[in-house]
Write a protein that binds this ligand. Structure first.
Ligand code: GDP
Length: 714
């Protein structure tokens, strides 16, 4: 049985630039929601906090990929006349908040995007001294891309140099003109005391050891006029979104607080307005009101449906299917993260979009076309795992021990197959050689790498057939560095790595034919293999296609797979500079054989020889990964930044203004982007930032190909 109606769900993420205070805010959220849920149990609150401190000491992250907690609005609770009534209000007004972990580091595009994909709303945390930091912009734009409704929390107002107004203005100027202050601080820096709610027009103070006791007071006299002024700005923006309210307002009527919140909620869930709040997580101020705002303004799975319906396709007919976020729909869920847990092993985190996921049933992994049995389902709380029988639309949890499910797969009712829009994971664009420091590490390294690859679909492992070296591939230098570091920390494997290499590829632009003949007649039994091949280019992304056009038994059937095998091996090392060849069709159309001397081995070699010769004649080219790069820098540095991008073979596609900031969208070859973070920092006195993701492969210009072939360029 469902315990909480879906409109009382909030599936959210806490999004922040590193150091803005995401961990501290998350800890406080878990602490306060822990007290809220268990109220009445003596010292329970302290126990939660103790537990969290222990965890921190042991260095374990307190947030799993999805953590569930509960919250009742403090505004509602404050209406209670006595404890009994409080209990009733608490039960009736309780919401389920599922917090989806978002990475603090924006370089992990894939991590950020997959969490943005499954959450319905976000709390964006800012440092009240720094305001909008360069990298906050990158995350903000990613959230824009996924149309994620947001509220902002300006944190650290207790710090020296903190300023609510400065930070709020930086949000308005650099991120969005639609930000509106729904709170203002009482005091600042060491004298930061509490928060004014501009909708209720009341002051709130946070007392008790962890700020858990909230007292409501009148707004201090010296702040009254400023509060009135800021409130007017707020009301004017809100009434614009609702005609009836606008009429009331123009007629000079007082707008009830509830109406303001209702309209602001609509405007926030449709991403038209962004409420801004404030506080200090470290000093235990404002976090509970931020949780109230999560209930007030961020969408439930029902609201999100209006702006982002749950779409998928029928795996057979490819017809579009829309699912409603309710329990009576056929099961539709998305696996968004695979993690290894030291106690239970393999955990597959999922979100249910429609229907019910039941323990003990068989479901279809429609992405892979395989059935899986749901053994155990767990819901993660801050301090425990709860085993559950069922999960409903809007729920997030983890399945224990799924065998064949990877990140991004759809799990559904076998009777109503649907494949949700995939989270697309690009192929690695960079690789390095890796070897264990000691022989003893060899086996452990293999296990560690496989585990990491299961969790991270953009991390790939391969072997160089010639040298036998292990090669790992990923999405950037930093990505691979972190993975190597995790191997050391989590799996105790020490490894040496080589220099990062761009993952070039080769293909052909023309068509050609060639012959491969492998004949040896020296003593004993001879060798005889002979094949004629035709090669032609395929559309990008099509890979490799082999066509058998042999007629009249020119080559006996049994040797044809050997020719294909030879071609495949030759594809691994292209004819331009030894990089893998792709997007080619190879047709085997003629050849000959010898009754006694022909063998699979001889045909394999003949196939490889013929392919190499044909590829050389078919205008072979080198292809390189081109990255989509967005550089954000103050206008005064524009000349330097664009000049530098041009010298990197960059193509500038758009240049936009955002207040005093220039946003440059461009495409740049990956090989030119090594060390760009440092270069940009020094070019812009630390004020520029950039984001980069893989876009497509493109032909390398002739002169550069020459340098690569001669080994003069990476
Ligand atoms: P994260 O990197 O975003 O997870 O940030 P953390 O929560 O780890 O915070 C970074 C640093 O800022 C830590 O030293 C925190 O103690 C500190 N910090 C976090 N919140 C506040 C705050 O409200 N006030 C002050 N003064 N420091 C804070």
């Amino acid at each position: 049985m469902r315990q909480y109606p879906i409109e009382k769900y909030r599936d959210i993420g806490i999004i922040a630039h590193i150091d803005a205070g995401k961990t501290t805010v998350s800890e406080r959220v878990l602490f306060y929601t822990g007290i809220s849920h268990k109220i009445g149990e003596v010292h329970e609150g302290a126990a939660v906090m103790d537990w969290m401190e222990q965890e921190r000491e042991r260095g374990i992250t307190i947030t799993s990929a999805a953590t569930t907690c509960f919250w009742t609005s403090t505004r509602d609770l404050s209406r209670a006349k006595d404890d009994d009534e409080k209990q009733i209000i608490r039960k009736e007004g309780e919401y389920r908040i599922n917090i989806i972990d978002t990475p603090g580091h924006v370089d992990f595009t894939v991590e950020v995007e997959r969490s943005l994909r499954v959450l319905d709303g976000g709390v964006v945390v800012f440092d009240g001294v720094a305001g909008v930091e360069p990298q906050s912009e990158t995350v903000w734009h990613q959230a824009d891309k996924y149309r994620v409704p947001r509220i902002c929390f300006i944190n650290k107002l207790d710090r020296m140099g903190a300023s609510f107004n400065f930070s709020f203005n930086s949000i308005k100027e650099r991120l969005t003109p639609n930000a509106i202050a729904v709170q203002m601080p009482i005091g600042a820096e060491a004298n930061f005391e509490g928060v004014i709610d501009l909708i209720e027009m009341k002051a709130y103070f946070f007392e008790g050891e962890h700020g858990e006791k909230i007292t409501e007071k009148e707004i201090p006299a010296d702040l009254k006029s400023e509060a009135e002024k800021t409130r007017t700005e707020l009301i004017e923006k809100v009434v614009e979104k609702d005609e009836a309210l606008m009429e009331k307002y123009l007629a000079g009527e007082e707008i009830p607080a509830n109406d303001i919140r209702k309209t602001l909620r609509k405007a926030t869930t449709s991403t038209e307005l962004i409420p801004v709040l404030c506080g200090s997580a470290l000093k235990n101020k404002g976090v509970q009101l931020m949780l109230d705002a999560v209930l007030d303004y961020l969408p439930s799975p029902l609201d999100i449906e209006e702006i982002k319906p749950i779409k998928g396709t029928d795996p057979k007919t490819e017809a579009e299917i829309i699912r409603q976020p309710n329990d009576s729909e056929p099961l539709t869920a998305l696996a968004f993260k695979i993690a290894t847990d030291p106690f239970v092993g393999n955990l597959t985190y999922f979100r249910v979009y429609g229907g019910v996921l039941k323990k003990g049933t068989y479901i279809l992994n429609s992405t892979k076309g395989e059935q899986e049995r749901i053994g155990r389902i767990v819901r993660m709380h801050s301090n425990k795992r709860e085993e559950v029988e069922e999960m409903y639309a809007g729920d997030l949890g983890a399945i224990v021990g799924l065998k064949n499910t990877s990140t991004g797969d759809t799990l559904c009712d076998p009777a109503s197959p649907i494949v949700l829009e995939k989270i697309t994971f690009p192929e690695p664009v960079i690789s390095v050689r890796i070897e264990p420091k000691t022989k003893a590490d060899q086996e452990k390294m293999g296990i560690a790498m496989r585990r990491l690859a299961e969790e991270d679909p953009t991390f790939k492992i391969s072997t160089d057939h010639e040298t036998g070296d292990t090669i790992i591939g990923g999405m950037g230098e930093l990505h691979l560095e972190i993975l190597v570091d995790r191997m050391k920390r989590e799996f105790n494997v020490e490894a040496n790595t080589g220099r990062p290499q761009v993952a070039y590829r080769e293909t052909i632009k023309g068509e050609a034919e060639a012959e491969g003949k492998y004949v040896r007649q020296s003593g004993g039994r001879g060798q005889y293999g002979h094949a004629w091949l035709k090669v032609k280019p395929l559309e990008g992304g099509k890979g490799f296609v082999f066509v058998n056009q042999i007629k009249g038994g020119a080559i006996p059937q049994e040797f044809i797979p050997a020719v294909e095998k030879g071609v495949k091996e030759a594809l691994d090392k292209g004819v331009v500079a030894g990089f893998p060849m792709t997007d080619v069709e190879v047709a085997l159309y003629d050849g000959s054989f010898h009754e006694v001397d022909s063998s699979e081995m001889a045909f394999k070699i003949a196939g490889a020889m013929a392919f190499q010769e044909a590829a050389k004649r078919a205008k072979p080219i080198l292809m390189e990964p081109i990255m989509k790069v967005q550089v954000i820098a103050p206008a005064e540095f524009l000349g330097d930044v664009t000049g530098d991008l041009n010298s990197k073979r960059g193509r500038i596609e758009a240049m936009n203004d955002r207040a005093n900031i220039k946003v440059i969208d461009c495409k740049v070859p990956l090989s030119e982007m090594f060390g760009y973070a440092t270069k940009l920092r020094s070019m812009t006195q630390g004020r520029g930032s950039f984001s980069m993701e893989f876009d497509h492969y493109e032909e390398v210009p002739g002169n550069i190909t020459q340098q690569i072939v001669e080994g003069k360029k990476q």
